[in-house]
Design a protein around this ligand. Sequence first.
Ligand code: 8YV
Length: 331
Amino acid sequence: GRKKPLVVITRKLPDPVETRMRELFDARLNIDDRAMTQPELVAAVREADVLVPTITDRIDAALIEQAGPNLKLIANFGNGVEHIDVQAAAKKGITVTNTPNVLTEDTADMTMALMLTVPRRLIEGANTLRGDGKWSGWSPTWMLGRRIWGKRLGIVGMGRIGIAVARRAKAFGLSIHYHNRKRVAPAIEDQLEATYWESLDQMLARMDIISVNCPSTPATFHLLSARRLALMQPTAYIVNTARGDIIDEAALIQMIQDGRLAGAGLDVFEHEPAINPKLVRLAQQDKIVLLPHMGSATIEGRIDMGDKVIINIRVWADGHRPPDRVLPGRV
Ligand code: 8YV
């Protein structure tokens, strides 16, 4: 048969995925599960036919420049590709793919979880029964949060995940509003009874909860800037399961500290894995809830992501166009 492609996988993946990759490819696995160093990445791109990176790898133009002649596919294990210079790859004739759809529902679930956790003070409540586990007893004014049903949810970025969040939130009795580069199909808008806001500024000023669900691109960097955050109502909450750099994190911290925003639920940060200590302090004061980028972290989801990567590699190896190609400038 034909020679199996040499596939370098930068991180440890779930066992079933690794087993399948070993069967199908000349798979070089990362058994240590630590992020590759830049020299290790250079060695990988020099040698590999296919690179399977994750969000913890910086696949920039300088690295792509050093790729060997065999490297023809970068099959990202993950949906967001802001860590890959897709343009530079295209220039070198390297195809880039990602893993859409399979993590949509998990990420939407986590978004809802944060949307409930923050206003209803879930973490704070649970923490009162840890430690010595003593409870002074119920009182009419004990642990009062804010109701979420009947409130207005503004979704920033109405792609697959934004729509999945909208479906859930509608079932929870929130009214759905969204801002997106373009309107979604009228049938979807009708189904969700969603209101489109062409002006992000105007939407921000009127919402009770904002959920960030757009990709990180040069156009969405600090989309929620200090100026825009200041438009929000002081009773409003913000939830981010997308990417940290879509929000001006320093400005968000200032707003929460000043009581100009009611709270935030953040699964993503501007400089992951580094967390601004001011955020940690606000979490300790129960003003915000922080999660370590867990939006898509389910066993099923990770296996689905692995399957997607495998399908993309196989279709490419058969000489066809892989299904989840990411085109430069299209995200
Ligand atoms: C992963 C994600 O944590 O797919 C994404 O865009 O943020 C998450 O699913 C990560 O990207 C894996 O590379």
